[in-house]
Design a binder for this molecule. Sequence first.
Ligand code: SF4
Length: 412
Amino acid sequence: MAVYSYSKLETFKSCPLRYKFTYIDRIKRPGEGIEAFMGKRIHEVLEKLYADLQYKKQNSLNELLADYESRWKANWHDNVNIKKEGLTQDNYFEMGRECIRAYYERYQPFNQAITLGLERKVVFFLDPEKRFQMVGYIDRLDQRPDGTYEIHDYKSSNTCPEQTDLDADEQLALYQIALKQAFTDAKDVELVWHYLVFDKEFRSKRTPEQLEDIKRTTIETIMQIEAAKEFEPSESSLCDWCDYPDLCPRRKHFYIIESLPMNEYANETGYTLVNKLAELEDKKKALVKEIDGEIVKIKEALIAYAKAEGVDVIRGATKKAKVKIEEVEKYPYAGTPERKELEALLASAGCLEDVMKASLDLGKLAKAVKSNIWSPELIAHVKKFAVRETECSVTLSKLSERDLILDEEMSY
Ligand code: SF4
């Protein structure tokens, strides 16, 4: 039976292909992001803090910071990746140090509750038939003097969540399900997140109904994974932290180009083809813009010609241009104060519905004004909102057969 973890399910939800590389193909990559590296060191130090407290030994802040430094140095390796430009190992080291300092000062002497477990492994089922099994690790499990259990999670993310995000979070809620299976007295459970970078603590609770809902949706995700035949890539900001850009069809070419020296990638086939296509697309756009500009000028000239010669159809070799010059009444645009005033007037007269589609329909309004369906006073009032404008248009059409017959007759 496959066993699932919260992070395994989240990987599938965010990118099925990454899930396949990680959990089905089990492709191991030597590197790790510095954010994960820093997070691990902080977790280790806080674990030590509470483990020693169980033996009634309270480390001083300086002792813990020294422990952090020695763990950092002992674990550092050449494959720790720093993706954010302009940041160095020292920046992350200091950030982690500050997280520990702030946490220590906030919670010392750490006597808020009794620690029941550190990095405690929980294995639990989502269904009574025990078909869907999950595993997880609780950073710290506490019990308060009033009997309430607390599931603590340390986060070293540099994005501060909102309370609503955590009220909807499923990871600790799943651990609450585990807790209820392991401890019969786990009636009151509080979920506690420590966002260390911001020195912020968040708390949340789940109702039995919410826990049932989480069980159901988690089972649905597992069933989706087990039924999956194709594992499609799904791009997101998480791609920056993905270990498989060299295998992913969406990112592989980026990876190839980024790993080639400038003089080589400039000649790479895909790279040059895309550049050529982009160049042609740009040329096409510029050309279309230029031609559109010329069309506008010619239409203006045709309108001027039609006015000067007193014609409204102008004949060419194979086509004719119809020039329409008309006075139209323009009503105010949506969003303007005048438009709001007009709508209010129609609404107060009980006539707004006559001229509505999804919003006020100006075509319907013009018709209503012309056909006098409203009182003369209302029509006069509505007309005050209209501005008279001259509208000109030029439309081109093929010469008709009749135009061509006339042509022939003329030539006799
Ligand atoms: S690079 Fe992005 S899309 Fe490709 S496998 Fe990784 S996460 Fe998925």
